[in-house]
Design a protein around this ligand. Structure first.
Ligand SMILES: Cc1cc2nc3c(=O)[nH]c(=O)nc-3n(C[C@H](O)[C@H](O)[C@H](O)COP(=O)(O)O)c2cc1C
Length: 191
C-alpha cells in the first residue's frame, strides 16, 4: 500500500485547473506534516497556502518548470495548479532547518496523492517576487513551493543503469518519463 502510494507520488506538472482544492484540505495536509521528524525538534517550518485564482496566478508567475524539458514553458492556462503551499523557515526559531522541509513536503505530497491530487516540489522560483506576493514576514525565508492539483498527465518511471541519462523527458503522447537508478547501483556494500 505504501509502495502504491509512493509510485503514484510522481512530480505532476499538468493539472485540471478547474478542480479546486479547499483551504480545509490544504490545512489537513499541513496538519499531517506536523507529525514529520524535525532536527532538534525545533519545528521551524511555517506555511503559506493559496487556492484562489488571483493569488495562484501571481505565484505561478514566479515559478520555473521542468528544466530538462527545454521546449516546454510550463503548464498552459487551464492546466496550471489549483493550489500552492509555500514552505518557509522561521528564522526566529532557528537559522538551520537541516532537512526538515524534505520530510514535511513528502508528507504533504503523499497526503495529496492519497486524496486523488498530486503535486510538484519547486525550488526554481523568483524569491524577490514571491516574497512580495505572499508578504513574507521579515523573520522568514521561503524554502520551497509545492504546486498542487488534480493531475492531468501520466508519469512513468523506468530503471536506468549508471551510464544512462537521468534527464526526464516526454514521449510523443506527452507521457512524462522519469529515469530512476537501480537498487543495485545505489547500495554501496551490496556484496
Ligand atoms: C528539492 C526539489 C526541487 C525541485 N525543483 C523543481 C523545480 O524547480 N521545477 C520542477 O519542475 N520540478 C522540480 N522538482 C521536481 C523534480 O524534477 C522531480 O522530483 C524529478 O524529476 C523526479 O521525478 P519524480 O518526482 O516524478 O520522481 C524538484 C524536486 C525536488 C526534490
Amino acid at each position: 500500500m505504501l509502495k502504491e502510494l509512493l509510485l503514484k507520488n510522481r512530480s505532476y506538472r499538468r493539472f485540471y485547473q478547474s478542480e479546486t482544492i479547499s483551504k480545509e484540505t490544504l490545512l489537513d495536509f499541513i496538519n499531517l506534516a506536523r507529525f514529520a521528524p524535525s532536527a532538534k525538534n525545533s519545528q521551524p517550518l511555517k506555511y503559506y497556502i493559496s487556492n484562489s485564482e488571483t493569488t495562484n496566478s501571481k505565484i505561478f508567475s514566479t515559478l520555473s518548470w521542468a528544466g530538462y524539458l527545454t521546449d516546454w514553458d510550463g503548464p498552459i492556462e487551464g492546466e496550471q495548479p489549483s493550489a500552492y503551499i509555500v514552505v518557509l523557515l522561521d528564522k526566529n526559531i532557528t537559522e538551520n532547518n537541516f532537512c526538515d522541509h524534505g520530510f514535511a513536503i513528502q508528507t504533504i505530497l503523499l497526503a495529496a496523492v492519497e486524496k486523488g491530487f498530486g503535486g510538484c516540489t519547486i525550488a526554481a522560483f523568483n524569491k524577490t517576487k514571491l516574497s512580495k506576493i505572499i508578504n513574507t514576514p521579515e523573520n522568514m525565508q521561503e524554502l520551497l513551493v509545492i504546486a498542487l492539483g488534480k493531475p492531468k498527465e501520466t508519469v512513468n518511471i523506468y530503471e536506468i543503469s549508471d551510464n544512462e541519462s537521468i534527464k526526464y523527458w516526454r514521449d510523443e503522447n506527452k507521457i512524462h518519463k522519469v529515469p530512476k537508478r537501480k537498487l543495485i547501483d545505489i547500495v554501496i556494500n551490496k556484496n
